[in-house]
Every structure is written in structure tokens, then in C-alpha cells.
Design a protein around this ligand. Structure first.
Ligand SMILES: [Zn+2]
Length: 360
């Protein structure tokens, strides 16, 4: 298990929702698809690094800052002697190498990722030095897509091609590595320095009224959903989801796109569009969120620690948990969190685990 798990960024989540609910321009859509493809490539690489058997600490998706410059680290692996950085590229098709760029056969230019890893190495070095840590850093570019070919590249570059990935795994598995407290503290320090950026400045402009309303399918994103008893059924792909889970998923969409809006029965009723009974929505919200106020002024809020979990969005929390005075509760919570991702509507259950005396 990685020391720091990868999670989908809020930027990508927002763009996915906007792509379904409004007309993006061609540039906005390309930006979204590039981000999505990059993320898929990183997940592919995670499947490989998960298989590493030598003693190491894997930190996925770090954003670090030194001297007012920020750099993104797709995958970092700490071994006894060396800190390995990996920039993952999910390029597909035939490309030509040129010192300042990679050019696809379609004539599209991409920055040479060598420059990117050089910059990342410098920033990480500065950061470590500012904490009086000296550690050997090696940076690599991983081309993860099996359909990728690069022509005219010198053979001595720190590039790992798709056909070399298995050999890479074998080579790293032979590294003799013994980790101690220094390595764990280093990993913990970097996780604590991880920067989370607000996605809103990078999103296209959108207003609530512009967005298409309705529950979308959790699998195929289609709007062809109808409610049958306790289930929302998709006539496009046959997916079946409990109405409660679908409503909570949609509440999370509203919260993500409009963080300043209060979650009221009316707004969720309007957003979901296909649930005819407001009382049903109100009951679902009451079971899963904390009610603030009464009657028509009531709105719903996630309890604080669950808010925290949504921000972190993964079991990274476990690391934090170990230092938490409520360790016993959090351990239970982490287990639940592994089993049920928060978007699947298990807040009620989680809340009970954490606050067994709660009457919610
Ligand atoms: Zn579907």
C-alpha cells in the first residue's frame, strides 16, 4: 500500500461534471480530456508500483513548493539510498524526439518532459536542503501507453518506455533497501508539505442556471435515469443504484461546483430533477447530513471530520489517524472508508461509527 495514495483532483472532478452538464468549448474539452488521460496513465503506473516488493515508500501525486515555485510529482519512491521521481506520460501514437520538444506525427508539439523532470529535481533539492536533508535524487520519465513509440531519441535519456516497464519492475525489485525512521519522517514531512490548489481559477465560467439538471448514471454518465422504488435505473447501460446513493452523489456535485451554496432540500430537488417527492429528498439529506436550522430555513451540512475526509478523499487519513487521540474510532472509520468510498452514500453509517451515541 502506498504511503500516500493517489486521488482524483477536484479540478478533474469538476471538469467531468461540467462536461456532462454544459457545452464546453473545443479548447476546454481538450484540456479536460488531456487531464483525464494523464490521470488514467498515472493510475496505470500505480498498478505497476504496487507490485514492488523491495522495501520502499511510495508517495503518489505530490505537489511541492520551494522558493515560491511549485512542482507536481506524479510518483515518488523512497529507497534507502535514493529518492526516485517519476513523471508519467500517457502519450499515444508515434512521436519524434527533438531537444526542446516531442512532436506527434500529427504535428502537435509537446514540451520535452526532460525539462520538466530537471525542474522538479531542482525544486525538490531546494526543498530538502531548506529542511537540512541531503538525499540522492534520480528522476525518470515513464511512457506508460503501450501504443507509444518515440523516434530519434538518444538511448541514454532517463526514459522508461512501455516495453521496458517489466524490466524496470524487476530491476527495482532487486534493489537492496532497508528503511528506518529517517525515511518515514522524510515521507511524512513531504506529505505534510503537499499543496492542494483550488481548482476554481482553472475552470471555465459556469452558472447554476446554465447547467443541465437531472441525476446522471454513475457508470456511463447518461441522463437516462428513472426511479423505480428504492433504485435509480439507467436505461443506457442497465446500471442500478440506490436512490439514496444517487442523491448523495449529486449533493457532492453541487458542493463541489458551488462550494458557497447551502445544501437545501429545494436545491437538491431542483438539481436531481427526477425525484418527484421533496419529502423523500429531505429524509435522505436528514439521514446523511447534519441539519442546521428548522423548516424552510433548514440546510444540511456534512459533519466536520467527514468534510476533512472528503477533502483528503482517501485512506491517507490512516496516517493522520495513528496520531489521533480518537485512534480507536478512527481505526474503525478507516476500515469503513476502505470499504465504502464517501460518494457511495455511507455518511450515515460512518457518522454512527465515529459518534456511536449520535441520534442521527
Ligand atoms: Zn448508465
Amino acid at each position: 500500500m502506498a504511503f500516500k495514495e493517489r486521488t482524483e483532483s477536484n479540478l478533474l472532478k469538476c471538469l467531468r461534471i461540467l462536461n456532462i452538464r454544459m457545452e464546453l468549448t473545443e479548447d476546454e474539452r481538450r484540456y479536460y480530456l488531456n487531464l483525464k488521460k494523464g490521470y488514467e496513465g498515472e493510475i496505470q503506473f500505480d498498478l505497476i508500483t504496487e507490485k514492488l516488493q523491495s522495501n520502499c515508500l511510495i508517495l503518489n501525486d505530490l505537489q511541492l513548493k520551494a522558493n515560491n515555485t511549485t512542482s507536481q510529482y506524479d510518483t515518488s519512491i523512497i529507497f534507502q539510498e535514493t529518492f526516485h521521481l517519476f513523471e508519467v506520460k500517457n502519450f499515444e501514437g508515434d512521436f519524434c524526439y527533438e531537444p526542446d520538444k516531442l512532436q506527434s506525427v500529427k504535428g502537435i508539439d509537446y514540451k520535452n518532459p526532460l525539462h520538466q523532470i530537471n525542474r522538479s529535481t531542482i525544486i525538490l533539492n531546494q526543498l530538502l536542503q531548506s529542511h537540512r536533508i541531503n538525499f540522492n535524487i534520480e528522476a525518470h520519465v515513464v511512457f506508460i501507453n503501450p501504443e507509444f513509440t518515440l523516434f530519434q531519441a538518444p538511448p541514454n535519456l532517463p526514459f522508461i518506455y512501455p516495453t521496458q516497464l517489466n524490466r524496470f519492475l524487476k530491476k527495482f525489485n532487486t534493489i537492496h533497501s532497508s528503511l528506518n525512521n529517517f525515511h518515514k519522517q522524510l515521507a511524512g514531512k513531504l506529505v505534510s508539505l503537499h499543496q492542494t490548489e483550488s481548482p476554481y481559477a482553472l475552470l471555465p465560467k459556469y452558472e447554476y442556471y446554465q447547467l443541465k439538471k437531472g441525476i446522471t448514471c454513475k457508470d456511463c454518465q447518461s441522463f437516462l435515469i428513472s426511479v423505480h422504488g428504492n433504485y435509480a435505473l439507467c436505461s443506457e447501460c442497465g446500471c442500478k443504484e440506490s436512490v439514496e446513493s444517487a442523491v448523495i452523489r449529486n449533493v457532492m456535485e453541487i458542493k463541489l461546483l458551488f462550494p458557497d451554496r447551502k445544501i437545501t432540500t429545494n436545491i437538491v430537488y431542483d438539481w436531481c430533477a427526477i425525484i418527484s417527492c421533496k419529502k423523500r429528498i429531505s429524509r435522505i439529506l436528514g439521514r446523511n447530513f447534519k441539519v442546521i436550522g428548522v423548516h424552510q430555513w433548514a440546510y444540511f451540512k456534512l459533519v466536520e471530520f467527514i468534510d476533512l475526509m472528503i477533502d483528503i478523499m482517501t485512506i491517507n487519513l490512516v496516517c493522520f489517524v495513528l496520531h489521533c487521540p480518537y485512534e480507536r474510532h478512527f481505526k474503525h472509520l478507516s476500515m469503513c472508508f476502505v470499504l465504502h468510498r464517501p460518494y457511495e452514500g455511507h455518511f450515515h453509517h460512518l457518522f454512527h461509527v465515529f459518534c456511536p451515541s449520535s441520534t442521527l
